[in-house]
Design a protein around this ligand. Structure first.
Ligand SMILES: [Zn+2]
Length: 109
């Protein structure tokens, strides 16, 4: 059971400094991408950080690009996912992230 988008938003924005530091210390800049060197969780094809939150104290691995998106834009709307325009699955550069649905792409910022 993963966190709902709202639980995710609250968990991450309430510990903003912690997640910003995680992305900063484990990130290195390569050709415009911020390449994240953290652990890749088996549920995702990209690195993830465990985020604790929600009423049952669920602790879910959230892919780092989703965390980076929330830190920059505040939240991810329900049912949307975050697409990397650079197609680098390790990238957390907010400028390379945009919201996406299956059939449409919405540019942010
Ligand atoms: Zn990138």
């Amino acid at each position: 059971m993963s966190l709902t988008p709202e639980e995710c938003r609250i968990a991450i924005t309430s510990r903003r400094e912690y997640y910003e530091a995680e992305l900063e210390t484990k990130g290195r800049w390569v050709n415009g991408c911020r390449h994240h060197d953290g652990k890749t969780h088996k549920c995702h094809d990209s690195p993830a950080i465990r985020v604790a939150g929600g009423s049952r104290k669920k602790n879910s691995p959230i892919p780092v690009h989703r965390i980076a998106f929330i830190l920059k834009y505040g939240f991810i709307p329900n049912k949307w996912y975050v697409r990397r325009t650079c197609e680098n699955r390790y990238c957390t550069n907010p400028n390379h992230l945009q919201l996406s649905m299956a059939s449409s792409i919405m540019t942010i910022g």
